[in-house]
Design a binder for this molecule. Structure first.
Ligand SMILES: *Cc1c(COP(=O)(O)O)cnc(C)c1O
Length: 423
C-alpha cells in the first residue's frame, strides 16, 4: 500500500477468509484466555494480545494502525479526545519540576491545559510566538525543558508553524518536537517528514469529519533516540511499576508510544471507546476525498470575501498576501484546511447580525466537519471580554470564524452574500 488514499480506505484491518469485511465493533471490556500463564505473559509484554479495553481493543487497535500508517509513524494511541491525547503526551515526557516551550498560537483548550492545569501539577510552560527566531527559541529553553510544542496550522489563528526550524532547535537540545496536526490532517501535512517526533490529533475534527465522535490520537515517529538524550534519562530509567522494565530496551523504536500506553493509559484511562473508533474509521475512509473538497471551497470563499465591499479583512494562509503563505506552500502544497476567518465592516454589531442572518451555515462551537458552520467569538465564546481584551488575545470584535463545509460552493456563497446584505 503506497498511496495515502489507499491507506485511508484499507490500512489497519486485513480480515482473514470468512471474517467480517467491515471492521467489527468489539464491544467487550475483556478478553478470554485458557490459562493464567498466557495472561501473565500479556501483562509482562512477553506476548501480544488484548486483555482489557482500557489498554487495548481490536477495533481501537485497527484504527490506531491506520492513523500510524497515514502519518508514517511506528505506532499510535487513540484517546477519548484531543485534550486527552495532549495530556497523555506531555505527562509521558514531563514530571513535576519539568518545563516545556510552546507556541502561543494554539487551541484555547490546549492553552488552558498548559497555562493553568499543568502548572498546578508543577509542569511549567514558556509561550513563544509561532514566528520566534532560532535565537528566541533557544533562549526559552532551560536545563529542565523536555519538549517543544506547536500546531502545524493553529486553531483559530491559522498561523503556520515552521516545523523544520522548530525541529532543528529541539534536536539541537536533545528533545522531541511535538506537533498538533489536527487542522491539515496527514492528507495535507506530514510533520514527521520535516523532523517532528510526535504528532497529536483531535480526531473530533476532519478525521471523523461528520461531528459524530470526540476523539484524539498520539502518533510516534519512532525516530527520536531516547537513549542518546541527555534530557530524558527519566524516560529510559527502569519502570518500578513494571518490575524494572526499560522502554527503549524492550520496545526499541516504539518506546514512546509503548510507554504512553503502559503508564498513562493504564493509570489515567483516557481511552477511546470501540464504538467511537468504529465511527472514526468510517470518517477516515473518505478523508482523502473530503480534505481537497474543504480546501477548494475555502479558497473560493476566501477569494470572494476579499473582493466583498462589506468585508474588512480575510485571514487564510493560502491567500498570496497572507503572512504565512510561504510556509503554507512549503509544508502544505496541496492546501491547508477549510477554516478561514474574516472581519466584517461595522465591527461587533455587524458581525453578530451576520451570525444571526446566515441560513445554511449553522452557528456552532465545532469546526471541521462536512457542514459549513460559523462562530462570532465576541458574541459567544468570548462574550465576557471587552473590545480591548479581545484584541489582546488575537480575536478582534469583528472576527467571524468560518469552517467551510463540502456543500456546493454556489450555495455557500449565496448564503454568505444574503446574510451580508443584512449587515
Ligand atoms: C479541537 C482541538 C483540540 C482539542 O480536541 P478535543 O477533541 O476537542 O478534545 C486540540 N487541538 C486542536 C488544534 C483542536 O482543534
Amino acid at each position: 500500500m503506497k498511496h495515502i488514499n489507499t491507506k485511508c480506505v484499507q490500512a489497519g484491518y486485513d480480515p482473514k477468509s470468512g471474517e467480517a469485511r467491515v471492521l467489527p465493533i468489539y464491544q467487550s471490556t475483556t478478553f478470554k484466555y485458557e490459562d493464567a500463564k498466557t495472561l501473565g505473559d500479556l501483562f509482562d509484554f512477553n506476548a501480544s494480545g488484548h486483555f482489557y479495553t482500557r489498554l487495548s481493543n481490536p477495533t481501537v487497535e485497527a484504527v490506531e494502525k491506520k492513523i500510524a500508517a497515514l502519518e508514517g509513524g511506528v505506532g499510535a494511541m487513540l484517546c477519548s479526545s484531543g485534550q486527552g491525547a495532549t495530556t497523555a503526551t506531555i505527562l509521558t515526557l514531563c514530571k513535576a519540576g519539568d518545563h516545556l516551550v510552546s507556541s502561543s498560537s494554539i487551541y484555547g483548550g490546549s492553552f488552558n491545559l498548559l497555562n493553568i492545569t499543568l502548572r498546578k501539577m508543577g509542569i511549567d510552560t514558556t509561550f513563544v510566538s509561532p514566528d520566534a527566531t532560532e535565537e528566541e527559541l533557544r533562549a526559552a529553553i532551560r536545563p529542565n525543558t523536555k519538549l517543544l510544542f506547536g500546531e502545524s496550522v493553529a486553531n483559530p489563528a491559522l498561523s503556520v508553524l515552521d516545523i523544520e526550524k522548530w525541529a532543528k532547535i529541539a534536536h539541537e537540545n536533545s528533545m522531541p518536537l511535538v506537533v498538533d496536526n489536527t487542522f491539515p490532517t496527514p492528507i495535507n501535512c506530514r510533520p514527521f517528514e520535516w523532523g517532528a517526533d510526535i504528532i497529536i490529533h483531535s480526531t473530533s475534527k476532519y478525521m471523523d469529519g461528520h461531528a459524530m465522535a470526540l476523539g484524539g490520537c498520539v502518533v510516534d515517529s519512532g525516530k527520536f533516540d531516547w537513549k542518546e538524550s541527555s534530557r530524558h534519562a527519566d524516560f529510559c530509567a527502569p519502570d518500578e511499576s513494571y518490575h524494572g522494565l526499560q522502554y527503549p530496551e524492550k520496545f526499541g523504536a516504539a518506546a514512546f508510544i509503548a510507554k504512553a500506553r503502559a503508564q498513562m493509559m493504564r493509570d489515567i484511562g483516557m481511552m477511546m471507546s470501540p464504538m467511537n473508533a468504529f465511527l472514526l474509521n468510517v470518517g477516515l475512509e473518505t478523508l482523502h476525498l473530503r480534505m481537497p473538497a474543504h480546501c477548494a471551497n475555502a479558497k473560493v470563499v476566501a477569494a470572494h470575501l476579499m473582493n466583498h465591499p462589506k468585508i474588512n479583512w480575510v485571514n487564510f494562509p493560502e491567500l498570496a498576501d497572507n503572512k504565512y503563505n510561504e510556509l503554507a506552500k512549503k509544508y502544505m502544497p496541496n492546501g491547508t484546511c477549510g477554516v478561514i476567518s474574516f472581519g466584517i465592516k461595522g465591527g461587533r454589531e455587524a458581525a453578530a447580525k451576520f451570525m444571526e442572518s446566515v441560513k445554511m451555515a449553522a452557528p456552532v462551537i465545532h469546526v471541521a466537519d462536512a457542514r459549513t458552520c460559523i462562530l462570532h467569538p465576541a458574541s459567544t465564546t468570548h462574550r465576557q471580554l471587552s473590545d480591548q481584551q479581545l484584541i489582546d488575545c488575537g480575536v478582534t470584535p469583528d472576527l467571524i470564524r468560518m469552517s467551510v463545509g463540502i456543500e456546493h460552493i454556489d450555495d455557500i456563497i449565496a448564503d454568505i452574500d444574503e446574510a451580508l446584505e443584512n449587515c
